[in-house]
Structure formats: structure tokens, C-alpha cells
Write a protein that binds this ligand. Structure first.
Ligand SMILES: NC(=O)c1ccc[n+]([C@@H]2O[C@H](COP(=O)([O-])OP(=O)(O)OC[C@H]3O[C@@H](n4cnc5c(N)ncnc54)[C@H](OP(=O)(O)O)[C@@H]3O)[C@@H](O)[C@H]2O)c1
Length: 317
């Protein structure tokens, strides 16, 4: 099938795939893993043609890139340059531009600030019912109020969720299930990087619990809500990770996998903060892969779990 528009599923590409466009406007797909190109979208098998005016040639490398037509319609020449398709410069607002997320419900951890706040803001501004799980309700209410101020009919609220306490995670998810709310999108965004060894009330190293353990517990406790919602349409779990999952420390590399003896290290003698952070993120990625294998929540064109490798810029979301 050849189309001139890309639907939502055409925005999704598997890992290590890239989209390009020829000078005549024909979209092609690059498989970096196997060093091959093809005209068909690897998932939808669609072939797409980009009309004149929505493609642009880079002065730098002479390659053509696609300008999202929705962005073209929105931008005038005097505003920010959005001349490429989505990338590290894309903001959460740009990515959701034109989408109608009314009738969708999302939970986001760590939505009070940083990347999580921007994602919560964009989801809410596009009609999604957003619930921020936060450890500090005053801070959570302030974040919601700020977002509500921007637009009428924003549906955003916060609920107490302290990832340092498995009891708090249990209370949050039990209440959510009791309320029988749908759950289309669960965003595991909260994350901490600490230089000092601290233990949670459950006796775990704090980064291990906040970045990984508590969010796995949250996901598994909310699985009934995700699966019930799935019977009416796709649902997703999104984990915000970090390139630090590849972190190395003198004599230790996580490239070959988890270092069990250093995992959840509760002893200062074994605590290396970068390694602990990296391992917590590596565990999270492995959990998402396993979740996807065991619980295909969405259709093949709509991946179950999307791991975002954040590069330290709240613009990218
Ligand atoms: N920014 C970067 O450079 C970067 C780079 C790579 C990956 N990442 C990842 O991206 C994600 C977001 O990063 P960010 O920079 O936006 O972080 P941030 O600005 O520091 O925000 C972290 C969020 O997590 C929440 N949080 C921390 N501990 C919590 C707990 N015990 N219970 C519940 N919520 C808790 C914080 O809540 P409070 O408001 O209460 O503190 C805050 O909302 C993290 O997973 C991080 O690892 C970030």
C-alpha cells in the first residue's frame, strides 16, 4: 500500500531502524543492524510518499529529512526550526501535537518535575486523564495546578506514591484497582541518582528500589487494570531509562549483564553509586523486555513497552 500520510503506527520503528526520504519524496527505511534499506515500513509494510514541501535537504550532509506535516501546519517561518522528524530535539508537546488522547488514562511516576512533568503536561494538554504518582502531595498539587492553568478542561490529578516504600506502592495500586479506573499508559519515569548509600524502609539500597524494584511492583500490581483496559484497546508500559545501563566501574562492566554480587548493595564497601544507578536501569530494561514477552499488551504495530534512552534533556520526551 502506498500512502501520502503516515498514520500513528508509521511513527513507530523497531530499535536500530531509521526513516529517510529520497529527493523524489519516497520514504525508505534503514535497518542499521543488518545494513539494509527497504521501501516498506518494517512493521506496517506501508510504503509512503512525502509530498513536496514536507521534505527538506540538509545543507550539512545533503540528506533529505521529513518535516512532519502536522508541524508544518502549526509552525510559521518565524518560529523555532522543527525541520527534522522526531529526534533528540523533539519536545513532548511536539510529539503529541494533533493527537486526541481523550478517553485515555495515564499514570506517570515522578511527574512533579523534569522530564516527567513535561510528559504529564503534554499528555494532559492532549486530552489524556493524567494521574501523577508523587511522594510529596504538596509538590504534586503544585505541578497539577501549573498545568491546569495553561488550558481549560485539563484532567490531571496526583496521588501519593512513595517509591521508597513498598507499602506506599501497595496502597496506591490497591486504591487504583478499587476505583476501577482504566489504565492505557503506565509511565515509569521516576528515577534517582545518589552518591551516598541510603537504605529504604524496606531495607533496600535506595536507587535499586526507586528506579527498579518499586516500579516493577507497581507495574505488576496494576497489571489487572492494564489487562482489563486492553480488552478495549492497546495499553502500554513505558520505562524511562538511561545510557548509564552500560556503565563500567574499575574492574566491573555491566555490558555482559547484571553483577549479582553488586546488585542492591547494602554495604558501603561494595557501594559504587554509578554502578548502582546503571544496574538499576539495566534491571528496568530487562524487566520491560520480560514484560513484553509475557504480556503482549498492545498490537504488533504498537509495541508493548517503549524504552526511552534519555540523554539528559527534558526537551526530549
Ligand atoms: N535528566 C537527565 O539527565 C537524565 C538522563 C538519563 C536518564 N534520566 C532518567 O529520566 C527520568 C527522569 O529524570 P529527570 O531528570 O526528569 O528527574 P528529576 O527532575 O530529578 O525528577 C525525578 C522525579 O522522580 C521523583 N521521585 C524521586 N524519588 C521518588 C520516590 N521515592 N517516590 C516517588 N517519586 C520519586 C521526583 O519527585 P520529587 O519531586 O518529590 O523529588 C521527581 O518527580 C529518570 O528515570 C532518570 O533516571 C534522566
Amino acid at each position: 500500500m502506498t500512502s501520502t500520510e503516515s498514520d500513528d503506527s508509521d511513527d513507530e520503528l523497531p530499535t536500530l531502524w531509521e526513516k529517510g526520504v529520497t529527493g523524489s519524496g519516497q520514504v525508505f527505511y534503514i535497518d542499521h543492524e543488518h545494513q539494509e534499506t527497504q521501501w516498506e515500513h518494517p512493521l506496517t509494510k506501508n510504503m509512503t510518499y512525502i509530498p513536496k514541501g514536507t521534505r527538506k535537504r540538509s545543507e550539512l550532509n545533503k540528506r533529505y529529512s521529513i518535516v512532519d506535516p502536522r508541524i508544518i501546519l502549526k509552525q510559521d517561518a518565524s518560529t523555532e526550526d522543527l525541520s527534522t522528524s522526531y529526534g533528540h530535539q523533539s519536545t513532548a508537546l511536539h510529539i503529541l501535537y494533533g493527537k486526541d488522547l481523550s478517553h485515555k488514562t495515564a499514570i506517570i511516576t515522578g511527574g512533579t518535575t523534569g522530564i516527567g512533568f513535561e510528559v504529564a503536561r503534554s499528555l494532559a494538554k492532549h486530552g489524556c486523564h493524567v494521574i501523577i504518582g508523587c511522594r510529596n502531595l504538596t509538590k504534586g498539587e503544585a505541578a497539577c495546578a501549573k498545568i491546569r492553568q495553561e488550558q481549560k478542561n485539563i484532567d490531571i490529578s496526583c496521588r501519593e506514591l512513595n517509591l521508597c516504600s513498598l507499602r506506599s506502592v501497595k496502597q496506591f495500586s490497591e486504591k487504583y484497582r478499587q476505583d476501577r479506573l482504566p489504565l492505557h499508559l503506565l509511565i515509569l519515569n521516576a528515577g534517582i541518582l545518589k552518591t551516598k548509600l541510603d537504605l529504604t524502609e524496606d531495607g533496600n539500597e535506595e536507587m535499586f528500589q526507586v528506579n527498579y524494584l518499586a516500579q516493577v511492583y507497581l507495574t505488576m500490581s496494576l497489571l489487572p487494570s492494564l489487562l482489563t483496559t486492553k480488552s478495549k484497546g492497546p495499553t502500554r508500559v513505558v520505562a524511562v531509562s538511561c545510557e548509564a545501563h552500560r556503565v563500567e566501574s574499575p574492574g566491573i562492566s555491566t555490558v555482559d549483564g547484571i553483577k549479582i554480587e553488586r546488585l542492591n548493595s547494602r554495604s558501603p564497601a561494595y557501594f559504587d553509586h554509578l554502578l548502582a544507578y546503571g544496574q538499576s536501569k539495566l534491571c528496568l530494561i530487562m524487566f520491560i523486555a520480560e514484560l513484553k514477552r509475557n504480556y503482549p499488551l498492545a498490537s504488533p504495530q504498537d509495541p508493548t513497552a517503549l524504552i526511552l534512552y534519555m540523554t539528559g534533556n527534558e526537551k526530549a520526551a
